[in-house]
Ligand binder design. Structure first.
Ligand code: BGC
Length: 466
């Protein structure tokens, strides 16, 4: 190999390595998301005991985070379009740290609730900005799995939270459980301090020289100019000004529908009834010992991580659509089986429930879990990417809040069996939605995806003129 070629190859590898390091640090935002939403299930018993919480107060402590996340997602996308992905993520890391510390030392329930809402704000900000940051630095052929690092981090965060709860349960150490999240927040903040802004946001703001320098650092040298030209050309075709009202424009609407639909379906198919309440479901199914139920829950969390890794291997090969359709079909089958096993209970109900729950989580983990966050980070035009992604994330958190608040009541009123059938029906609707509305984005550059929507819009306009 000639010296020049070796040098190019070395640059390429260095560039790629940099993207992976950047992606790993940014993905820590996902770890904090998973940890801070998952940790409360184990901490709650002790918080309740110490403060003598009523059931309503208990529900507010749990859902405070979801409320905060909804608010964070509302402002997070617009803020990232205005100030840049990196700056918003730096502030996010600081809020994560403050929220974790404040909730760990909270002297009273009101302080605890406010701290949980603050933590939620950080989760909402992270969920709007980490996927966009990752999709805007990733090369197209690896974007699927690089953005899915976010979901992987979420699932790892959930398992770490379950294990931390388990470790501190003996000493009733709920303050340690909540405070533990300060450490990853520090690492996340330090990482973001050293990472660059995304080249696409820089070009959008006219900072072409800086964008060029960043791209040189994160790509093979040869491609940089071509990529910059592609981004500029795509921007030139976008007439949106970056306002909320742009979301309602005709040419943006189909992408908006895909994002909002997936946002709602990701939640109304019931994933967080399992993530937040698995020990409770297992006890209803006949798991007598609490620790056995908690251990089985850790097992469910591990399956979630493992299958997310499988999805990451497949997403750039098989594509987004096949994973979505196969995974949601699995969710329909396992929810149906869960509903049936609660309706006609046998002596083996506890074990059947564990197997169904694991199958259900595995199916979610190869489909709606990673692919929702991936698609909403890649299907919107650059000028409105932040606000559009933020709107989808807002719908996701609001739906999460509604499902989490209604689950226990539904089980009480309708019974476990009908409740799972209901989530099964929602899964059928989401399969149909994915089949008819979700486009394949595998292997395309973000600019090619923008061109795809534009071409579709023009074709529809032509058709309606005829
Ligand atoms: C969802 C969360 C869920 C997690 C479980 C994420 O994609 O947005 O609501 O708790 O997956 O792995």
């Amino acid at each position: 190999m000639a010296d020049k070629e070796i040098a190019t190859l070395r640059d390429a590898l260095r560039g790629t390595k940099f993207v992976y390091i950047a992606a790993s640090f940014a993905a820590l935002g996902g770890l904090l998301f998973g940890y801070d939403t998952g940790v409360i299930s184990g901490a709650l018993i002790f918080i309740k005991r110490e403060f003598g919480l009523t059931t309503v107060a208990e529900e507010i402590v749990v859902s405070g985070v979801l409320l905060g996340a909804t608010l964070g997602a509302i402002v997070g996308g617009k803020a990232a379009d205005l100030f840049g992905r990196r700056r918003v993520l730096l502030v996010t890391a600081a809020i994560f740290g403050i929220g974790a510390l404040a909730s760990a030392v909270a002297p009273s329930p009101p302080v605890l609730i406010v701290s949980r809402v603050v933590l939620g704000l950080a989760i909402g900000l992270a969920s709007t900005n980490v996927p966009v940051y990752l999709s805007e630095v990733a090369p197209p052929h690896a974007r699927g799995w690089i953005v899915s690092l976010f979901q992987l981090a979420v699932t790892v965060g959930i398992v770490v939270a379950y294990l931390t709860d388990y470790a501190f349960a003996g000493v009733e150490g709920w303050r340690w459980m909540l405070g533990f999240a300060v450490a990853p927040a520090l690492v996340f903040g330090t990482g973001m301090f050293f990472l660059p802004e995304t080249p696409r946001w820089l070009i959008r703001g006219g900072h072409h020289d800086v964008a060029h320098r960043v791209l040189v650092r994160i790509r093979e040298l040869g491609d940089v100019n071509a990529e910059i030209e592609e981004i500029k050309a795509s921007l030139a075709q976008q007439t949106e000004g970056g306002h909320w009202t742009d979301l309602l424009r005709r040419q943006v609407r189909p992408a908006l529908v895909v994002g909002l639909g997936l946002a709602v379906f990701q939640q109304v198919t019931g994933i967080n009834t399992v993530i937040y309440y698995a020990p409770k479901i297992l006890q209803t199914a006949g798991f007598n010992s609490a620790s056995g139920a908690i251990l089985a829950t850790v097992g469910v969390g591990v399956v979630n991580v493992g299958m997310t890794i499988v999805a990451m291997f497949l997403v750039d090969r098989a594509g987004r659509r096949p994973l979505l359709l196969v995974g949601i079909a699995g969710m329909i089958i396992t929810l149906g089986a869960l509903g049936l096993s609660f309706r006609y209970p046998s002596g083996q109900l506890a074990w059947i429930a564990v197997i169904c729950l694991m199958g259900y989580v595995a199916s979610f983990a190869i489909s709606l879990g990673p692919i929702f966050w991936l698609l909403i980070a890649e299907i919107y035009p650059l000028r409105i990417r932040g606000v559009a992604e933020g709107t989808a994330a807002t719908f996701n958190w609001a739906s999460n809040l509604i499902v989490s608040l209604t689950f226990l009541t539904l089980v009480e009123k309708l019974g476990a069996s009908s409740t799972f059938f209901l989530y099964g029906l929602a899964s059928v609707a989401s399969w149909l939605f994915a089949y008819y509305f979700v486009p394949e984005t595998k292997g395309r550059t973000l600019e090619q995806i923008e061109a795809f929507w534009r071409a579709r819009h023009r074709a529809r306009q032509r058709a309606s003129w005829r």
